[in-house]
Design a protein around this ligand. Sequence first.
Ligand code: SAM
Length: 343
Amino acid sequence: MVEAMPLEFFERLPKDAGFADRFGRRLSYLRISVTDRCNMRCDYCRPAPDSYRAESHAKMLRYEEIGRIVRVAAGLGISKLRLTGGEPLVRRDLPALIERLAAIPGIRDLSMTSNASLLERHAKALARAGLGRINISIDSLNALRFRRLTGGELQPVLAGIRAARDAGLAPLKLNTVLMRGINDDEVAELIDFAADIGATIRFIELMPMKQGMDWKRHYIAIDEILARRDVRARVDVGAVPADGNTAARYLPLRDGSGEVGFIMPMSSRFCEGCNRLRLTADGGLRSCLPADRQLNLRDLIRGGGSDDDIRSLFLRAALIKPEIGIYDFDAASPRRSMIHIGG
Ligand code: SAM
């Protein structure tokens, strides 16, 4: 049984195997949720306001605790970090965390995912602190639709996107979750918009997160999008997709101006190349997005745990990383909404 496998198993792996799981996947990427609070309420991500409770501030990892965890993780082989949430920019003084993380030896790629609504005034400070690049979520270019879907305003997001570009946060990526009957008619327009501002857009299949929107009604597979005439007019769908060792497959634009990414967690799982672990805002270490098992780093640290104890917990997370992430629709866990896990 997996649980019975001793940690020494990992200690005995050849050094050049790096930090890997039982299936030989090297783990080099940690996604860190810095808050479970958000200033938007995207229908696919967050439970209805009356059933949504953010954790108390005292339960959130402090910046020095995140820094310590990352130092240990970097010692194991984690080299790539992405800050997420909730909305990372609602956490106070985020540049201080970025500066701390960027200075850790071994961290070579430091990025963030944001809804960009607060980015216009923070982009330069983030870049100065050491943020390398940013992915921005934008699900519609129609202001009314945007407001209905997210509860936020489109204009500040557009200003945030421009500010990120001007601050040199590159490459600039945009993320759009595709939803049938909500925004699937905007794909061509979003591709043109991204090309105009010099960004790469990625379309993401809707995942059935707990308390998210009605997945069966709104899910649309990327294949269906790629069959559409206005999309085929722009995207070379016959090209061999470049996978670039990420979750996204990229296809070139026909006019040669760039590429478009497609992230298909539902129709074409990318578990085989998964190199990720996740740290929730309250210190849970998870090895798979849909698998609910998590290990409690916060209690370990606050209970006086040593760096070696932290390291052991990372090794244990690798040990329990499932081969395949399974999205089951009826699981009764309270933590399955994206805003709690960190997207
Ligand atoms: N607030 C930030 C933002 O808006 O990008 C970061 C957090 S958000 C949870 C991170 C990413 O998760 C976003 O790109 C969002 O679109 C994606 N996401 C959330 N729920 C999803 C779902 N049910 N299916 C697919 N993607 C989802």
